[in-house]
Ligand binder design. Structure first.
Ligand SMILES: [Zn+2]
Length: 167
């Protein structure tokens, strides 16, 4: 018989599913949450659900956003002729922090891994091809992309629909 009340065990089990949270951290967090200010816990629950419900991928580039299209895609001052391919939405934050890139982005959603069964159809390559075929087709890819380790090699071989991409 466990010493912890069932709701605490359930809370720890749920927190333990978060990345970087081990069983001990999950138990420590759950013990803290049931003993801390009730208003804080209610606020935490509200912002947690709100963030999950309001934030999603930009329908154009795949960046995390609460508006469609995202602020970067909607920013007319950015250079739409240069497209930076990134693996994950979070990668955009790194480029944006450097403030050196003024083009737009396209999130691929991962990288090819035949051993893990991740093929081109699992990435946002069809969306990329659609973007490249539109009137506002990018004329070149950013040098950031050409030196990036995150770019899956499939882009090179499928770049016939648009500008050629090299690593
Ligand atoms: Zn966007």
């Amino acid at each position: 018989m466990t010493a912890l009340p069932a709701p605490l065990v359930q809370l720890a089990a749920a927190l333990g599913r978060l990345p970087g949270i081990g069983p001990r951290s999950a138990e420590r967090l759950s013990l803290h949450l049931v003993q801390t200010d009730r208003q804080f816990v209610e606020h935490l629950a509200t912002v947690l659900v709100g963030a999950r419900n309001l934030v999603g991928p930009c329908q154009t580039c795949g960046a995390l956003t609460e508006i469609q299209p995202c602020g970067i895609c909607a920013d007319a001052s950015r250079d739409g002729s240069v497209l930076c391919l990134v693996e994950r939405p979070v990668d955009i934050f790194g480029f944006e922090k450097s403030r050196s890139f003024k083009g737009r982005y396209h999130v691929l959603g991962g990288k090819l891994s035949p051993t893990q069964g991740i093929g081109p159809e699992d990435l946002r390559i069809a969306e990329l091809e659609r973007r490249l075929s539109t009137e506002e087709s990018p004329k070149s890819f950013s040098p950031l992309v050409q030196t990036s380790k995150v770019m899956p090699p499939v882009i090179t071989s499928r770049a016939g629909c648009g500008p050629r991409v090299s690593r």
